[in-house]
Design a protein around this ligand. Structure first.
Ligand code: 173
Length: 324
């Protein structure tokens, strides 16, 4: 009897182990991951590349178990899911966790190439904020070249959103209000229906990605200029991070930096996307360089004012790091 139990126990260990018995097999850790953006779409794709690369290079070390997009965890709850370790790893924009970290609204106003923000103290401070407010470690900011636009179903003849209802997240709320529009907050998954039913007359979204969920079919105009810069971040729960070995952390950090630098590839992609929008019948509404300049100045002013109002100290520090 004793021997059978002992044998069963040994067999369980042997068959449950992912590979041959070696000093490393026992250390393989599984990390549960979610994305705030739908699987396979523009702002999930680089995260998915990150996962593939970690899994390919991490045999016996780390396995990321990708449980999926917003059907798994609603976008505005992803930050809290990381904080409470409902998930270990997440792909999410700061705009979706401003409830926990009002300062996160500043990331749209900070865009520096990887080589710079990792060296000038920006990454350290942003990481510190995530440690404190989100119980998370800041692995990567995946984009800094991808700006936003306001898209419309109705034509306007100057930059004025009076009388228009615009779908927003914290990214666009202050700008929409500054130009007289009525902001309506929704997750990305609700944008199509809101447009189709006329609940909104337009929406904020980056220059990339409107084809993913079919919004081109219900979009007529793209307001110029592009403004701010999208931040989509890879976060890992801080307890999960602390539980990793140096080799596991190195693999995640190296892969994070690799995916950050991949953002340089987006410049030609952005140019192609504007053409694709034009071919889909989406007309750019450009009111000239003076109007654009005034818009960008105002977008920056209202953006920073709003961050600094909600988080005076951190907001001021982030603005200094941003250098704008
Ligand atoms: O949902 C959004 O419009 C949003 O805030 C966002 C942020 C970064 C990338 C894509 C969308």
């Amino acid at each position: 009897m004793m021997r059978r139990i002992a044998f069963a126990g040994l067999a369980a260990v042997l068959f449950a182990s992912p590979g041959p018995i070696s000093p490393v097999w026992a250390q393989e850790v599984t990390l549960k991951a979610v994305s705030a953006f739908a699987e396979g779409t523009q702002f999930a794709r680089n995260f998915e590349r990150f996962i593939e690369k970690v899994n390919a290079g991490g045999k016996g070390l780390i396995k990321i178990n990708y449980i999926g997009g917003p059907r798994a965890v609603p976008p505005f709850e992803v930050g809290n899911a990381v904080r409470t370790k409902v998930v270990d790893l997440a792909n999410v924009t700061g705009a979706f966790y401003t409830n926990l970290m009002p300062e996160a609204d500043a990331f749209k106003l900070m865009a520096k190439p990887t080589g710079k923000y990792r060296q000038d103290g920006s990454w350290e401070y942003i990481n510190q904020l995530h440690n404190q407010k989100l119980n998370a470690w800041f692995l990567a900011r995946q984009f800094n070249n991808v700006p936003f636009h306001i898209y419309l179903t109705k034509k306007i003849d100057k930059i004025d959103l009076t009388g228009l209802k615009i779908r927003v997240t914290p990214i666009y709320k202050d700008v929409v209000e500054a130009y007289g529009g009525t902001p309506i907050t929704t997750a990305p998954g609700e944008v199509y229906t809101a447009l189709e039913r006329g609940v909104v007359d337009g929406y904020g979204w980056p220059v990339l990605g409107i084809f993913d969920l079919g919004w081109d079919k219900v979009t007529k105009f793209r307001l110029e200029p592009a403004f701010y810069a999208a931040d989509v971040n890879i976060l890992i729960n801080l307890d999960a991070w602390k539980g990793l070995s140096d080799a596991q952390r190195k693999l995640l950090t190296d892969t994070a930096i690799w995916i950050e630098t991949a953002d340089a590839d987006n410049l030609p992609v952005i140019a192609a996307e504007r053409d694709r929008q034009a071919k889909a019948g989406i007309q750019a509404l450009d009111f000239g360089p003076d109007a654009s300049k005034a818009f960008l100045k105002r977008a920056g002013d209202v953006g920073w004012a709003s961050v600094i109002k909600r988080a005076p100290e951190a907001g001021a520090k982030l603005r200094k790091l941003a250098g704008n």
